[in-house]
Design a protein around this ligand. Structure first.
Ligand code: DUC
Ligand code: ZN
Ligand code: ZN
Ligand code: ZN
Length: 498
């Protein structure tokens, strides 16, 4: 046989092109992409007829929290590497970048990295890589950035909020300077932690504890201010950043204006800011806790519309899930119910922040039918791969270069609209914040390095735990400083790039 697998009759969508192409796979790689019919004489061990369905690169989800200790309120995340990556593959995501979380109490980043490797090793259904989450930018930690690059880690994340993680501005400058030297991309969680703490104290004085006050305690202003501050610090240092999970029109406007000036500022949004609003936090009983994440779902659908616009017009470089699930009813592992002896009716500040979404990201967004298809592929597959140094190995269908990671969607008219239910999902969580949403699409086949790992009609999950492997990443092909040279203080007292 010539090939391990051929896919015929598909409508292939990349970030730059849509067309009728057939694809051949050999030795885990994309071997050929040819005009429809061009493989009619080829011999292959297996053939898939896409029947006119879209054929896209496998999803790349670059913002995933798995098996993390309590950092975002009480409780550890619900999914471990096994259940999280299982959920991912059943929703068409073939590569994930998760966090290796360094705590404030720890000095080194390398131990964190090695410990995270242990959690993931032999447990993943999909390929994976890590961002270092820097909780303590100690001299030691900063000196380890160089080794991180050798270990295939080219990005890290810092926080401007959460007591367990918040860095002050001087620490942020320390990180940006060292990141610049090592060509590392810095992801920033931009919310002003002091504003959030102050608002929380105000609400407590008035005995306002219901889940909806999570939204009140995280005002848009806290995100807008921190976003602009992060942009200023990044521009000062000429060190590229990506602002994660942007939720407000005002923050998006600051990002757009920096981008228009040519500053290397990148941004991410997530399905929760496209589909959820404040009303989802304000539900009977404690149900609102199911939609508590940070930043919170915002005011109204008009806000969601602005975020959709930013996805379409390029303000947002990538669409990630921020999968960070906690169980609703669980007294051991981070219950969303947040009831304790002091607050028998619960308190919003004890609700761990985060929701599940790794399995629903692609189908929810594609079903909404609001993005150009090439742009959909760009923000969910190609751009995350480019931004984080995985391209064209991942996020593309380039002959001889890309891994054969492929999603084949249902052909037009073949899938009936259906209501999403948590029981359809493969995570280890007792609810989805998107319960009842109407979907028109779901991946029919998902292929990872040439293997069919998901076949919705025949067996569902076919992939095996442990098939997913660690991928070493290069420097970002998008996020580069504007000028080469070192940031330093010049002999005349001025400062900047030499
Ligand atoms: N926001 C969340 O909702 N969860 C994890 C961390 C974060 O910043
Ligand atoms: Zn995070
Ligand atoms: Zn965050
Ligand atoms: Zn996150």
């Amino acid at each position: 046989t010539d090939y391990d697998l051929i896919i015929v009759n598909g409508v292939v969508v990349s970030d730059t092109e849509i067309g009728e192409y057939d694809i051949a796979v050999r030795d885990e790689k994309i071997a050929k992409v040819v005009s429809r019919g061009g493989l009619n004489d080829a011999k292959a061990a297996k053939m898939i007829d896409a029947e006119g369905g879209y054929v896209m690169p496998g999803g790349v989800d670059a913002h995933v929290h798995l098996q993390e200790p309590p950092l975002f309120g009480k409780g550890s995340t619900a999914d471990n590497y096994e259940s999280g990556s299982r959920s991912a593959v059943c929703g068409g995501t073939t590569t994930m970048v998760t966090f290796a979380p360094q705590k404030k109490s720890e000095d080194t980043l390398l131990d964190t990295l090695y410990a995270t490797h242990e959690k993931a090793k032999d447990n993943c259904y999909i390929d994976y890589s890590f961002h270092l989450l820097v909780g303590n930018p100690s001299a030691k930690a900063l000196s380890e950035f160089k080794t991180l690059r050798k270990e295939g880690v080219s990005s890290l994340k810092i926080y401007m909020t959460y007591q367990a993680l918040q860095l002050h501005d001087g620490e942020i400058l320390d990180v940006l300077l060292e990141a610049r030297k090592q060509q590392i991309t810095t992801m920033v969680h931009a919310e002003n932690g002091q504003v959030i703490d102050w608002m929380t104290a105000q609400l407590e004085k008035r005995k306002l504890f219901a889940p909806k006050y999570h939204g009140t305690s995280h005002p848009s202003m806290a995100e807008t201010e921190a976003t602009y501050r992060a942009i200023c610090l990044s521009e000062f240092m000429d060190s590229p950043i990506l602002i994660v999970h942007v939720s407000t029109p005002a923050a998006a406007a600051h990002i757009k204006s920096a981008q228009d000036r040519g500053i290397p500022i990148y941004a991410e949004t997530c399905p929760q800011y496209l589909f959820l609003t404040k009303a989802d936090l304000d539900q009977p009983g404690f149900e609102g806790a199911k939609c508590v994440c940070s930043p919170p779902p915002r005011e109204s659908e008009a806000d969601c519309d602005v975020i959709w616009d930013g996805l379409a017009n390029g303000t947002f470089t990538i669409l990630s899930s921020d999968h960070c699930p906690f169980r609703f009813d669980d007294n051991v592992i981070g219950k969303k119910s947040s009831i304790n002896d002091e607050y028998p009716l619960g308190h919003f500040k004890y609700i761990p922040n985060g929701i599940a979404g790794i399995e629903t990201r692609l189908a929810l967004t594609l079903s909404a039918n609001r993005l150009d298809l090439k742009r959909f592929v760009e923000v969910t597959c190609s751009n995350p791969a480019k931004l984080y140094g995985l391209y064209p190995l991942k996020g593309a269908l380039v002959e001889g270069q890309s891994d054969a990671d492929i999603n084949i969607w249902y052909p037009p008219g073949k899938m009936q609209e259906f209501e999403l239910k948590n029981e359809m999902l493969h995570h280890d969580v007792d609810y989805t914040p998107f319960e009842g949403r109407k979907l028109k699409q779901w991946p029919r086949y998902t292929i990872l390095r040439g293997q069919v790992v998901w076949d919705k009609e025949n067996g569902g999950l076919l992939g095996k735990k442990g098939y997913g492997k660690f991928i070493k990443r290069e420097a970002s092909s998008l996020a580069k400083p504007r000028r080469v040279g070192e940031w330093d203080i010049h002999p005349d007292g001025s400062f900047g790039i030499y």
